[in-house]
Ligand binder design. Structure first.
Ligand SMILES: NC(=O)NC(NC(N)=O)C(=O)[O-]
Ligand SMILES: [Zn+2]
Ligand SMILES: [Zn+2]
Length: 457
């Protein structure tokens, strides 16, 4: 029986390390992993000199469709993700409008994704004081889990979860067998520090950074962990910005709390000094920290204390990223295309992170944590989702495919370049001598929580 696709001569990045092997694909699944696979194939790709990574599973993106496609949208957002080696994404319940708080909003976003997404996609439901009664119905829809903000989300339509709402949401999630992801910053603490700064006319970048010190994250992380411990729920702490917050999660995990920790490429690549230099394009919450904190975060990642790296791609139109009051500017960074670039250049090249660790935090761990059945690993029987990467190519990132030009990574130089990305054995992106090529026919499928063949995270 002929294979549909044969990737010959590459170095596969497996959980046990790099492996010289060919990869055979039939009907969108990996059917063979072996040296010198001798089988006819309708398409054969010479991957000599390239590494084959499991397709990135980006568990934290804001594609903002429906309702705010002028901010991003599935089409352009998944173009950027595919160009960065991603094959699956989990879309956050905001800044789409309406936010994903009930079945009607789920159905609308699912329809938009099935029409415009170039990659497989899962959908986070929201957990807010407005929709506690909708959680069971959202679980029945197939949400990946529930996302709660412990501080202001930036949009009044998605209110922060007060402690009682978060606690009740965790209890419901435990009963429903789903994960709760939290944006863990203390609402009261950050709100007061911001109000005082603005009342005194302190509206600059450093004033904003100083209004969200690490302790305002650590306090909320501790509270979310306490609630998870009390309820027995599965907690996922998104975009942790310091090794101290990561340590709180690791200590809790060591005593049996079901908690996982995410960080983002911008906390690993940039520093607070960069934020002062670049400005609004690097505004996010929690804020990017100083160089020492960045190094400690890399060390925590290298030590295996961070489970996942998600982009937290949260773009906005140019007009929301300008103004003299830094507090009023939209918080969110465009980074969907450069997660692997940051991990390979800052991690593998500069800090000796093993390739299998990079594959774990960018693909296998999120796939297992969120129970995305056939995703996250180069293994027979799993989906043929992978990226061909030239680890030796140093390049300047100039071609960015997300909707807006406001991308802080434009012009950055990285070693390690994605040459092609395949989703279920279909090429969705390729870097060619005449420029980038995207498939116009491959469309993503909805991902819902299932059973991962390699077990739970
Ligand atoms: N509404 C958002 O997109 N917020 C995001 N913005 C950031 N991180 O600055 C987030 O994940 O909190
Ligand atoms: Zn957040
Ligand atoms: Zn986010």
């Amino acid at each position: 029986m002929a294979l549909d696709l044969l990737i010959r001569g590459g170095t596969l990045v497996t959980p046990h390390g790099p492996l010289q092997a060919d990869l055979g694909v039939e009907d969108g699944q990996i059917v063979s992993l072996a040296l010198d696979v001798f089988a006819p194939a309708r398409t054969e790709i010479d991957a000599t000199g390239l590494h084959v990574f499991p397709g990135v599973v980006d568990a934290h993106v804001h594609l903002n469709e429906p309702g705010r496609t002028h901010w991003e949208g599935f089409d352009t957002g998944t173009q950027a993700l595919a160009a960065g080696g991603a094959t699956s994404l989990l879309d956050m319940p905001l800044n789409s409008s309406p936010p994903l708080l009930n079945r009607a909003a789920f159905d609308a976003k699912r329809a938009a994704g099935e029409t415009h997404s170039r990659l497989d996609f899962g959908l986070w439901g929201g957990l807010t004081p407005l929709n506690l009664s909708e959680l069971d119905d959202l679980a029945a829809c197939g949400v990946i889990g529930f996302k709660a903000f412990m501080s202001h989300s930036g949009l009044d339509e998605f209110p922060a979860a007060d402690d009682a709402t978060l606690f009740d949401g965790l209890r419901a999630a435990r009963r429903l067998g789903l994960v709760v992801a939290t944006h863990a910053e203390s609402d009261g603490f950050t709100r007061t520090l911001s109000q005082v700064a603005r009342a005194h006319g302190r509206l600059g970048v450093r004033d904003y950074l100083d209004s969200r010190p690490p302790v305002t994250e650590a306090e909320a992380v501790g509270r979310a962990i306490l609630f998870a411990e009390e309820t027995g729920a599965a907690l996922h702490l998104v975009h942790l910005s310091t090794a101290r917050s990561v340590a709180l999660a690791a200590e809790a995990r060591a005593r049996g709390v079901d908690v996982t920790a995410e960080t983002c490429p911008h906390y690993l690549h940039w520093t607070a000094e960069d934020v002062e230099r670049v400005g609004a394009l690097l505004k996010c919450a929690p804020p990017i920290r100083d160089a020492g904190t960045r190094e400690a975060l890399w060390a925590a990642l290298k030590a295996g204390r961070i489970d996942t790296v998600g982009s937290d791609h949260s773009p906005a139109p140019h007009e929301l990223k300008t103004g003299d009051d830094f507090f009023a500017i939209w918080g969110g960074i465009s980074g969907a295309q450069s997660t692997l670039n940051v991990l390979l250049d800052g991690g593998y090249r500069a800090r000796g992170l093993p390739l299998e660790l990079i594959a774990a935090v960018s693909a296998l761990n999120p796939a297992r944590r969120f129970r995305l059945g056939g995703k996250g690993q180069l293994e027979v029987g799993l989906d043929a989702d992978f990226a061909l990467v030239d680890l030796n190519e140093t390049f300047q990132l100039t071609e960015l495919f997300d909707r807006h030009q406001g991308n802080p990574y434009r012009g950055q130089t990285f070693q390690g370049r994605v040459q092609a990305t395949y989703l279920r054995g279909q090429r969705v992106f390729a870097q060619t001598p005449t420029g980038a090529q995207f498939s116009d026919t491959v469309r993503g499928q909805l991902l819902t929580p299932g059973i991962h063949p390699t077990g739970e995270a």
